[in-house]
Design a protein around this ligand. Structure first.
Ligand code: SIN
Ligand code: CO
Length: 377
């Protein structure tokens, strides 16, 4: 791939080889075209909504305070001039130009991209020194923020604090980020950002599911699909001296029965397709207001093509396509088309074949995608 300004002139290959998961990387002037600024008023309105995940973090008299949204308007009127931060996850699901910014990071597989969170802070606003379990790009939008980082490896957090704040943060490097500057941090790199001027941090975050969660969710997936025949039977039962003992024969029989629970790479692949595209609990899809019938829908696509909803994700593997936690009905001949839709998140009118119209119409009625010409840009 070509060198990217977003990566300070590195190609994605060079970035992946030298920095990804390895070391911090400061990129001055990474993004010059962030689009319209998401101001505090808009962000605070989003933080009042049920379908957004938001937090307010304050440090008052040396004590940390965390409140979770949705917030009431009066809450924001009570905020002081300094020392607080409001953070809203998944802003890409609400604003097309923020969505576009997130997908500029498409040199990382979509299965690993999580969301774009925006934080706004007046001077002194900070969430304290901490580290995250995942990689993150921190893009400064407006204002100035001082970031300090450290390679320290302890996880000694302040007890009784509602957020994870390192007790003893030992600064090794310091940068002041201005509009358009970006700092990449690998997982577990300790960092401490303090706003110097009112401004925003756009955090492009990645998914790093804990092994325990993957295992738990995989077991739920298996359980939902498990279908084993038969009942326990012991026609060869022998008299047992201790009737309260669980007999060896029973253990052997049940061990054999449980061998019916099995999985292979295809099972894991199917599990990942469902799991990775499953929307977060607060995400809902809106069915179209003025629903087109199938013929009108086909006409709308012929005019302008189709675009994925900002909240939708399609992932694929081995001819299987998953969208928002479900399998998509696709024909083998249309695999290339669906792959294009999944990768580019849109299809232009000339690309759409008659055989995918039925599935496209179903997804349209569910709110998973929309005819491009009716989508406000
Ligand atoms: C912030 O936006 O100030 C906090 C982001 C982070 O530290 O991960
Ligand atoms: Co962090």
């Amino acid at each position: 791939m070509k060198p990217l300004t977003l990566l300070g002139g590195l190609t994605p290959e060079q970035f992946l080889q030298d920095y990804w998961h390895k070391k911090p990387f400061l990129i001055r002037g990474a993004v010059s075209d962030v689009g319209p600024h998401v101001d505090f008023k808009w962000l605070s309105e989003l933080a009042m909504r049920e379908d957004a995940e938001s937090r307010l973090i304050e440090n008052r008299n040396g004590r940390w305070h965390l409140e979770r949204g949705p917030f009431r308007p009066a809450r924001f009127r009570k905020l002081g001039e300094t020392d607080w931060t409001i953070l809203v996850q998944g802003v890409n699901q609400h604003l097309p130009h923020i969505d576009e910014l997130l997908w500029r990071f498409n040199f990382i597989p979509y299965a690993r991209l999580d969301d774009l969170m925006i934080s706004y802070a007046p001077p002194g606003g900070t969430v304290g020194p901490h580290f995250d379990a995942y990689d993150v790009f921190l893009l400064q939008v407006g204002g100035k923020k001082r970031w300090q980082i450290s390679s320290q490896n302890d996880d000694d957090f302040i007890e009784d604090a509602p957020i994870r704040v390192l007790k003893d943060f030992r600064v090794e490097e310091e940068y002041v980020l201005e509009h358009g500057d970006m700092l990449y941090l690998p997982p577990k790199c300790a960092h401490y950002g303090v706003a110097l001027e009112p401004g925003m941090t756009y955090s492009i975050g990645f998914r790093a599911p804990p092994v325990q969660e993957l295992a738990t969710q995989f077991l739920v997936y298996l359980q939902d699909r498990l279908c084993l025949d038969g009942v326990y039977a012991d026609p060869d039962l022998k008299l047992q001296n201790d009737p309260a003992r669980i007999g060896d024969e029973m253990i052997d029989k049940v061990t054999d029965m449980l061998k019916g629970i099995s999985w292979d790479r295809d099972t894991v692949s199917d599990f990942l397709g469902h799991y990775l595209t499953e929307p977060k609990p607060h995400v809902f899809y809106d069915a179209p207001d003025d629903e087109l019938d199938e013929e009108e829908f086909a006409e709308a696509l012929a005019e302008g093509g189709v675009v994925l909803d900002l909240k939708s994700l399609i992932l694929f593997r081995d001819g299987m396509f998953y969208c928002n936690g479900e399998i998509l009905e696709t024909e083998p001949d249309d695999v290339a088309l669906w792959q294009q839709f999944a990768n580019t998140r849109k299809l232009s009118s000339g690309d759409i074949s008659a055989s995918i119209l039925g599935t496209l119409y179903d997804g349209y009625t569910a709110g998973y995608w929309h005819p491009a010409k009716s989508v406000a840009k």
